[in-house]
Write a protein that binds this ligand. Structure first.
Ligand SMILES: O=c1[nH]c(=O)c2nc[nH]c2[nH]1
Ligand SMILES: [Zn+2]
Length: 508
């Protein structure tokens, strides 16, 4: 735990909207012992440091952490969708599309997590790997096994990461060796996991005497694997459980692959959905299936959303569910390019997901890079489409750096319904942050090391104004380089709720 108020002095980057972010070369940021951001001063010259500290009542006893030149603080990454028991499969089976890949590659590996000792041994380095990649909040799918998923939750809790942990609900269309025997068994195990996770002790001083569910670092999440793997009876029970507790988050997959969409519609025909708990009349959509069972709301995370119909976009918008954009996986399993810009134009919350091992990297940095490329593919396709209107803000354009930063941090926080707690470095939020270094001593050759004055053509701008402008440009360039060429070597420290939990310099 950090001692009484820790104050960070140096460069800070923090998203403020989908198109803007703060780039502050000389910021001063204070973090309380409870791990909350107390205040943020935007521009403090070194000569005024002591005066500003004194104004905040800090006269001597302060732990001042200097963020050196070539480094910056930024909010931690939010991975809104990944599969912990698929990490051992990273990089295998890329020849398949979704449904074959599940059967041939994924279910056999997940089934091995039925052995709790195997799961414990595997999950420890897996969780560490996500943390060292800069992920401060992670939405984990476990396997279908109760005890192994409890072990995952315990390991995440012990590591200090903020997370949602769920066990898969799957009682049909799965192999005999990897399927739950009944809807009742699936629900019993789900309730057991929720109780287990909610009984985990708090890891830090509580903000109030009456902490709410969102204050817990590790939260349970209902995890119907996807509609195909759940019977109507199981979806009905999950919807009832969700209705009885609105704080329970929900995560699932939607419209990832064309064959998956066709299969889903065949399993949920109109006559079935007319009798569902929330009856749907008219034509069936994938999103309509989840809505019919009461599974779409402000804390629902929908992974992929590649092949959405216009009607589904309206359903997602109306229900305030969020979308986890998983571009690495969408490319790798040949699923397609999600129309992220179009979703943003509709005001839908979007974050990023690594979706390991459909995605072959546990790092949100890779997802950022592929989100950029995906948006360029969509932009290329829409410029070839003469019917495109061109009046949109995002839909037919490549995503700028500010938007990519937003998706990786604040957008992810919105998707998790945690935007009041995390996602940006603002007073009142938890200090979930990264110390990023693009210095040459970070050991990632080529990420930095050019002459800034020449590169930005600002050497002619004189005086204080010129210096400030240069420093801001330099910081913005550092961010872009980190997002596109950075990796774990550039992540010196990872903080969650003010506690250092990982990064290159971390020693347990
Ligand atoms: O990318 C995916 N990974 C999975 O494990 C999965 N299960 C259902 N649908 C899925 N999509
Ligand atoms: Zn997935």
């Amino acid at each position: 735990m950090i001692p009484s108020s820790t104050v960070f002095y140096g460069a800070v980057i923090s998203p403020t909207s989908l198109t803007t972010y703060l780039a502050l070369p000389h910021a001063l940021l204070s973090v309380s012992t409870a791990g909350e951001i107390e205040w943020l001063e935007h521009d403090v010259p070194a000569s005024q440091l002591q005066d500003v500290l004194a104004r905040h009542g800090i006269l001597s006893d302060v732990d001042l952490v200097e963020i050196r030149k070539g480094e910056f603080l930024m909010p931690g990454f939010v991975d809104t969708h990944t599969h912990a028991p698929q990490v051992p499969n990273i990089g295998s089976g890329q020849q398949h599309e979704l449904l074959d890949w599940l059967a041939e590659v994924t279910f056999p590996m997940e089934a091995r997590f039925g052995d709790v000792e195997f799961a414990r041994g595997a999950y420890l380095p897996i969780v560490k790997r996500f943390i060292d990649s800069g992920t401060t909040t992670c939405c984990y799918y476990g396997s279908l096994h109760l005890d192994s998923t409890k072990a995952l939750a315990d390991i995440v809790h012990a590591s200090g990461q903020r997370a949602f942990v769920g066990k898969c609900n799957m009682n049909r269309n799965s192999p005999d060796y990897y399927v739950e025997p009944s809807a009742q068994d699936s629900m019993q195990a789900t309730r057991d996991l929720i109780s287990h996770i909610r009984a985990l002790p708090p890891k830090h001083p509580q903000r109030s005497e009456k902490p709410n569910a969102a204050d817990a670092l590790v939260q349970p999440v209902l995890t119907p694997r996807f509609a195909i793997s759940c019977t109507p009876e199981l979806l009905t029970s999950l919807g009832e459980l969700a209705a009885s507790d609105r704080s329970l988050a929900i995560q699932t997959h939607i419209s990832e692959n064309e064959s998956e969409v066709v299969f889903t519609k065949s399993l949920f025909p109109p006559e079935l959905l007319r009798c569902a708990p929330h009856p749907i009349h008219g034509s069936v959509t994938y999103a309509g299936v989840y809505e019919a069972y009461g599974l779409l709301r402000e804390n629902t995370i929908l992974a992929h959303a590649v092949h959405l119909e216009p009607k589904e976009v309206e359903i997602i918008k109306r229900t305030k569910a969020g979308v986890s954009h998983c571009p690495t996986s969408n490319f790798n399993l040949r699923s397609g390019c999600a129309k992220v810009g179009m979703l943003l134009d509709h005001g839908i919350k979007v974050g990023l997901g690594t979706d390991v091992s459909g995605g072959f990297s546990p790092s949100i940095l890779t997802a950022v890079q592929h989100a950029s490329i995906c948006s360029k593919v969509v932009a290329l396709e829409s410029s070839a489409d003469s019917s495109a209107s061109g009046t949109d803000k995002f839909a037919s354009r490549q995503l700028p750096v500010a938007t990519l930063l937003h998706l990786a941090t604040l957008g992810g926080a919105q998707v998790c319904n945690l935007e009041k707690r995390i996602g940006s470095l603002e007073p009142g939020k938890a200090f979930d942050a990264l110390v990023v270094s693009v210095r040459s001593d970070a050991g990632n050759p080529g990420i930095w090391g050019f002459d800034l004055d020449q590169d930005f053509g600002l050497d002619h701008v004189e005086g204080d104004r010129g210096r400030r402008k240069t420093e801001k440009k330099e910081l913005e360039a550092m961010l872009e380089r980190f997002l596109f060429c950075g990796d774990d070597r550039n992540i010196r420290r990872v903080y969650v709720q003010g506690r250092s939990i990982g990064g290159k310099e971390f020693r347990a």
